[in-house]
Write a protein that binds this ligand. Structure first.
Ligand code: N01
Length: 495
């Protein structure tokens, strides 16, 4: 610890300047917490014209968060107004807009300009944007999201489709679905929510399923006016509820998926299986909907009514593989043409991009694109060797999908700010995760990943090019503990 004493170097004579990239949930959090910590020199760079990230971009019918609303909120900004246990997307978007306003962050955000380049030189990060704006900062906080870059399927003839065709994260609200024949490719969380939301509005719904999903039947009751009034009068009640929800989520999901042998996982599987057996009447359809891998192997899909929706008389589940898309619809390998007016691609995201396509050049002219080839990594998900004073929120190998990403980001930022404090105090100018610590973390992570349910025999967005899960493979309690205080020896501190 002696190395951490302020010695040769004194505290910076100028206030530290930060660039935060992205004004989604994590970027807004950065703005609030930087100000709280007394840092006022920062810009939040946002390429779009509104805050909100995921919730700004995903506006498809039926969108809701599968983490309970009182848990998917900032710990310091409870919201008594959530309408349902699982909040709809537009409420979450409104929440982030309100928070941005309430915390006076507007003047820190530069909208409508994408950061294109970051280069580390002379102990500073030089930043450039698409519009030619330049900035020089001491510290970069990358809050660029994970499920952000839509993955378009490689299907022959996709561009020949005569009607509207769009990705679930690029919903075209100008297209009416009323009385039309709508095809949906994919059966992940997005597709399942879309199916339930639109089946009653469309003339015909065709769901193209490549792999069946386990569906956990979670009801989504509204909060009554009396409950909301109680939350308003007594915010303590929200904290108690949040605590309960967090505990339940950790015990019944987060800690369970990282232990493929856990009895709770068997319980989760039994609940999904009972949902299928009890709620799908036609044996042929039931078999088509029956997954051939363990529940939780893919990110678990929650829905109270998907099975009901797919059994509607106007809905069809197609399990025959897609051969190609034609102007009039989708042709499956059995030669059948499924005629459609609208085609929705609920085909997921490229989850290995993080702050790319920004060109990031670290110490010694190292290109992040090269360093992250073939796959991204970061020490404890927050710091990359050779990229000093650049920290990631919800970066590679964090607990994505395991818990509320808001809690994850809050824990990460509190950890990062402890590192930043060393710079402010004059202990060092530069902080970089060491190669040794990062290699050790990667090795331990790969070992622990073998015990998770994610490697029990399915394809999913959790898996990297080697088939190893890219998510935190330990319990959430362990994550909380690790994030509580940095192991400073795992960082190189330079003057
Ligand atoms: O994407 P996905 P998503 N031909 O990657 C199929 C979060 N989220 O947007 O399983 C045919 O899960 C692919 O098939 P297969 C949540 O963490 C949360 O639905 O690979 N099909 C799969 O069915 C979630 O896990 C919420 O065989 C093709 C689907 O497309 C994550 O976001 C809501 C295909 C992609 O599923 C991603 O969910 C929404 C092809 N060529 C999202 N290519 C909630 O909070 C892909 N597929 C509720």
């Amino acid at each position: 610890m002696a190395a951490l004493e302020p010695k040769a170097y004194s505290a910076p004579d100028k206030p530290l300047r930060f660039a935060v990239i992205g004004a989604g949930m994590a970027g807004i959090l950065c703005g609030i917490k930087l100000r709280e910590a007394g840092f006022d020199h920062f810009t939040i760079y946002e390429k779009a014209d509104r805050v909100g990230g995921t919730w700004r971009e995903n506006t498809y019918p039926g969108i809701a968060c599968d983490v309970p609303a009182h848990l998917y909120s900032y710990s310091f900004a409870p919201n008594p107004e959530w309408s349902h246990r699982f909040a709809p997307g537009d409420e979450i978007q409104a929440y982030f807009e309100t928070i941005t306003r309430d915390y006076g962050l507007g003047r820190y955000i530069r909208f409508g300009d994408a950061v294109t380049r970051l280069r580390y030189a002379g102990g500073k990060w030089n930043l450039e944007t698409a519009k030619g704006h330049r900035d020089t900062v001491d510290i970069v906080l990358a809050a660029t999201g994970v499920l952000h870059h839509p993955r378009m399927p490689e299907i022959e003839g996709l561009d020949t489709f005569a009607g509207p065709c769009f990705h679930s994260a690029r919903w075209d609200h100008g297209v009416s679905l009323e009385g039309r024949r709508v095809g949906i490719v994919g059966t992940g969380s997005s597709a399942v929510q879309i199916v339930s939301a639109i089946v009653k509005r469309v003339r015909r719904l065709v769901l193209f399923q490549r792999t069946a999903q386990w569906i956990l039947p979670q009801e989504n009751p509204p909060y009554s006016e009396a409950e909301k009034e109680e939350f308003r009068r007594n915010p303590r009640r929200i904290y108690e509820l949040r605590e309960q929800l967090a505990q339940g989520f950790v015990e019944h999901f987060s800690n369970v998926v990282v232990d493929a042998d856990s009895p709770q996982l068997r319980l989760l599987e039994a609940m999904c299986l009972a949902n299928l057996e009890n709620n799908v009447n036609d044996p042929e359809l039931r078999e088509k909907l029956r997954p051939r891998y363990r529940a939780g192997c893919k990110r678990l899909v929650v829905s109270p009514d998907f099975y009901q929706a797919i059994q509607s008389p106007n809905a069809e589940l197609v399990t025959e593989a897609i051969a190609r898309v034609e102007p009039r619809g989708v042709r499956t390998k059995d030669g059948r043409l499924h005629e459609l007016d609208v085609l929705v691609l609920a085909t997921g995201f490229h989850v290995d991009r993080f702050l790319r396509p920004i060109e990031v050049i670290g110490r010694g002219e190292k290109l992040l694109d090269d360093v992250w080839n073939p796959r991204p990594y970061a020490y404890l998900s927050v710091a990359i060797p050779d990229f000093p004073n650049l920290f990631l929120l919800n970066g590679p190998n964090g607990p994505v999908g395991n818990f509320s990403l808001i809690d994850v980001a809050e824990l990460q930022l509190a950890y990062i700010l402890q590192l930043v404090e060393l710079i402010r105090a004059g202990v060092c100018r530069e902080i970089t995760a060491t190669h040794e610590a990062t290699a050790r973390f990667e090795k331990d992570r790969a070992e622990a990943a073998k015990k998770t349910v994610w490697v029990t025999g399915c394809q999913s967005w959790y898996l990297d090019d080697r088939g190893l899960p890219m998510a935190w493979p330990w319990t959430f309690d362990r994550f909380r503990k690790v994030m509580a205080r940095p192991t400073f020896e795992d960082y190189a501190l330079a003057l």
